[in-house]
Design a protein around this ligand. Structure first.
Ligand code: NAP
Length: 316
């Protein structure tokens, strides 16, 4: 009997990592086993993962030594950071350095790093079309990730750079679902004009990552972008109308308006949508749906995702 290769998964109780753990567990003959990394092995989510057959180990990406211990004996790892828990690019960069260093120290054979573009490569800080945030970023939660890709390269960690897309689950958990306007009509607010936004079911990110691990060394040293579909705000609103059985219209506010909404992260997201809008072609081209489907044959469309999840979208 061949020994299974262990994949250690950061964020295993969350969206991206959870999808990967479930993909590994759902394929018992695939040659891999899942090691779920969590800060609390006794949480309900951690216990559920253990019940489903994952090895559950404790580590905190704040602490490199704890992470190195959790990676010991693993073949590969999935690394993701948690910007929206702390809103700090500095902290995110420290977490990335800890993960890369721990991977190097333990001699992992393959890391998938869930990254995003450094928008400043296209929109330098001197470009006034959008405000500079926190003194040195345009899209902080993108830039800190993209800037840090070189940490993996610099340390010689065998890495696949995975460029993810907007989660459609943001309509459930992130306040991005349709909301009633003053006339009682449902408005889907997306500051993208008539441009396309690559999106996907969060669960499919981990499934695509599993496809990458299954391909062996093919994607090591490479970048791969994934999406379930590239859709305009109008196309998303139309799909929502069909799924919900009531008219939803696309409220195409400007990025300036979105930035002014005032909720935590509104400016970062306003800049992100403007970056996605202004560089639509590059941003979409970097996230190939066919490649994503090759990695993950069960890749969902927005309509398929809505069919499963429409009742979970709060309609305020
Ligand atoms: N929302 C989007 O549309 C979107 C799109 C692309 C990329 N992203 C990026 O996705 C990232 C978040 O990934 P996600 O959505 O999978 O996260 P998530 O669902 O919020 O998962 C958070 C998990 O991370 C773990 N965690 C938090 N802090 C930790 C720490 N210090 N050490 C170890 N584990 C820690 C927690 O596990 P325990 O409590 O069990 O420890 C928690 O279950 C963000 O950086 C965001 O920028 C988001």
């Amino acid at each position: 009997m061949s020994v299974k290769k262990i994949i250690a998964v950061v964020g295993a109780t969350g969206a991206q990592g959870g999808g990967l753990v479930r993909a590994i567990l759902n394929d018992p003959d695939g040659g891999f086993s899942a090691r779920a990394i969590t800060r609390d092995v006794n949480s309900d989510k951690a216990r559920a993962l253990a019940q489903s057959g994952a090895e559950v180990v404790a580590a905190d990406i704040d602490n490199e030594a704890s992470l190195a211990a959790a990676l010991k004996g693993a073949h590969g790892a999935y690394f993701v950071t948690f910007f929206w828990e702390h809103f700090s690019p500095q902290k995110e960069k420290a977490h990335i350095r800890n993960m890369a260093a721990a991977a190097k120290a333990t001699g992992l054979k393959h890391v998938i790093w869930s990254t995003l573009e450094d928008s400043r490569q296209w929109i330098p800080l001197s470009d006034t079309r959008m405000p500079t945030l926190m003194g040195e970023y345009k899209v902080p939660h993108f830039d800190a990730k993209g800037e840090s890709n070189e940490v993996f390269t610099g340390l010689g960690v065998p890495t696949t750079f995975l460029y993810t897309s907007f989660y459609w689950d943001n309509l459930i958990y992130f306040g991005m679902g349709p909301k009633k306007d003053p006339d009682g009509k449902l408005a889907f607010t997306l500051p993208m004009g008539d441009r396309k936004l690559p999106g996907m079911a969060a669960e499919d990110i981990g499934r695509c990552a599993y496809g990458i691990f299954r391909k062996g060394s093919e994607y090591i040293g490479k970048s791969v972008g994934i999406a379930g579909e590239h859709l305009t705000g109008k196309q998303m609103a139309d799909a929502l109308s069909v799924a919900l059985g009531q008219t939803v219209y696309h409220n195409a506010v400007s990025p300036e308006m979105f930035r002014s909404f005032g909720f935590p992260g509104a400016e970062d997201l306003g800049n992100m949508f403007q970056f996605n809008h202004d560089f639509e072609e590059i941003f979409c081209a970097a996230r190939n749906v066919d490649v994503s489907r090759t990695l993950n044959p069960s890749l969902q469309t927005f309509a398929a995702w809505l069919a499963e999840n429409k009742t979970r979208i709060p309609l305020e």
